[in-house]
Write a protein that binds this ligand. Structure first.
Ligand SMILES: *[C@@H]1O[C@H](CO)[C@@H](O)[C@H](O)[C@H]1NC(C)=O
Length: 470
């Protein structure tokens, strides 16, 4: 991927007048400094009227580390719509493959072609899908030593540098209302990114950050993970006696601590074996009611279910459309993407050695600080997810509201999409809210696209979710 003219460097200063004129001509021809990233057309794509861009932003000063993004402008009136950054979790899974091509992007791969997603989030916003940290998807570090021990802090810093430089490349978006949204381990990425942005803004106010939306997020490891036992039990996935030992002998947070700490006790191993046997490998933990085939989506939060990584993982999918699509050479050329240090594009990184004990860092406190600094927060839960169940998230938001002294402004009630109940919601003060999405999985926009779009729109507009049918 080449950019003909760098936006940041005063090249012209060093050039003679004639060359300056040439440069100006080139700039006029290019229109802007992001023209090299413009996507003419993705292979198999239906005709669309919105702009698409993809390419790299270098995030270090040595030119070795670069993050890959895919940017879709809003379908209608992009100039008046906010800018949204979408992040998937993992850690180490791709926002391009999962977010853009399976959840809320404009297209979904189907065989050789792309099918339009009628509930794409670019109906409401200009959306950037970022593959982060380096080592995920097409993002890379030319120096592979970087991949050892990447942690939350490094990721947050790279993500901020990315945004800063992206805005230089797309100056028309400077000062635009900015939101960050994502799911799962992005419950770590997003609050920590927002925190460094708020800090940066104190010196140089460049991010017009308005709000964050977190879907089935990891916010406080023990509450989130231990809510799994009751979810399994109440949905019939484990027996009464297994529930008893899973909440007394060894609970899930203890198991995960031991597992990632490299000291799994026989006691916890035995409890988890029993839990795993009863819940069965053939039930999708990210959506306990659906028999869906989604190998890509399944692996998104692999670290959130470490026992599934032990031994073989059954992949019920014959093939994975997204993996096939993003490994096509013509697709990579259209996206201005390249593979550095890896043979294939993968949904979740195989090179990244993420600091997994970072899972235990509580980000709910950071969320509290963000609310205090005037950033709107929505925590939403696909209610069929057993990996980060709604009950844990609801408790965490409720407790946060109490700690911040926020009164309930909208008591727990249903919300509608069309003529059906689309979930439940509660709002605290005017900055903090919680919502469930009924019938949705861990990847809510995948399994409930229409309801998710209604939720996304309300979030951006700062309005309560629909209270009556339409
Ligand atoms: C989980 O287990 C740990 C260690 O045994 C214990 O400290 C903690 O209170 C337990 N949490 C829950 C919710 O049971």
């Amino acid at each position: 991927m080449q950019t003909l003219v760098s936006c940041n460097r005063p090249l012209a200063l060093t050039l003679v007048v004639a060359l300056q004129l040439l440069l100006i001509a080139a700039l006029l021809h290019l229109g802007s400094c992001n023209a090299g990233d413009r996507i003419t057309k993705l292979p198999g794509q239906p005709e669309v009227s919105f702009g698409q861009y993809a390419g790299y932003i270098g995030v270090d000063d040595k030119g070795k580390r670069a993050l890959f993004y895919y940017f879709v402008e809003a379908e209608i009136d992009p100039v008046t719509k906010p800018l949204v950054l979408w992040l998937n979790g993992g850690p180490g899974c791709s926002s391009l493959g999962v977010g853009a091509f399976s959840e809320n992007g404009p297209f979904r791969p189907s065989g050789q072609v792309l099918v339009k997603n009628e509930y794409s989030w670019n109906k409401e916003a200009n959306v950037i899908y970022l593959e982060t940290p380096a080592g995920v998807g097409y993002s890379y570090s030319a120096d592979a030593a970087y991949y050892q021990g990447v942690d939350d802090k490094m990721t947050a810093m790279d993500n901020m540098v990315f945004l800063q430089r992206w805005l230089e490349k797309f100056p028309q978006y400077k000062g635009r209302e900015l939101y960050i949204s994502g799911e799962s381990y992005a419950g770590h990425y997003i609050p920590q990114l927002a925190e460094v942005m708020v800090e940066f803004n104190k010196k140089n106010n460049i991010f017009n950050l308005k709000g964050i939306a977190l879907g089935n997020p990891v916010l406080e490891f023990t509450t989130d993970f231990n809510s799994r036992a009751e979810y399994f039990w109440s949905h019939g996935l484990i027996s009464d006696s297994t529930y008893r030992i899973f909440t007394s002998v060894c609970n899930y947070s203890r198991y995960v601590s031991e597992y990632y700490g490299g000291s799994l006790s026989t006691l916890c191993a035995r409890v988890m074996n029993q839990v795993t046997r009863e819940t069965s490998r053939f039930v999708d933990k990210y959506d306990v009611t659906l028999d869906v085939c989604l190998s890509s989506v399944l692996s998104q939060s692999k670290i959130l279910s470490p026992h599934q990584q032990v031994g073989q993982r059954i992949d019920v999918c014959v093939e994975d459309e997204t993996v096939n699509y993003l490994n096509r050479k013509d697709v990579q050329a259209a996206l201005h993407a390249k593979l550095v240090g890896v043979k294939n594009w993968a949904v979740c990184s195989s090179v990244l050695e993420y600091e997994l004990l970072n899972l235990q860092i509580p980000t709910i406190d950071i969320v509290g600080a963000l609310v205090k600094s005037g950033i709107r927060v929505l925590v939403y839960s696909g209610d069929q997810d057993s990996v980060i169940p709604l009950t844990g998230s609801r408790t965490l938001v409720q407790n946060l509201a109490r700690d911040l002294g926020l009164k309930t402004s909208i008591p727990y009630r249903v919300w509608f999409e069309g003529q059906q109940v689309a979930g439940w919601t509660q709002v605290y003060g005017d900055m903090l809210s919680f919502a469930t999405i009924r019938g949705a999985s861990h990847e809510a926009p995948f399994s409930q696209p229409e309801r998710s779009l209604v939720l996304f729109r309300a979030f951006l507009q700062g309005r309560p979710l629909p209270e009556t049918f339409s």
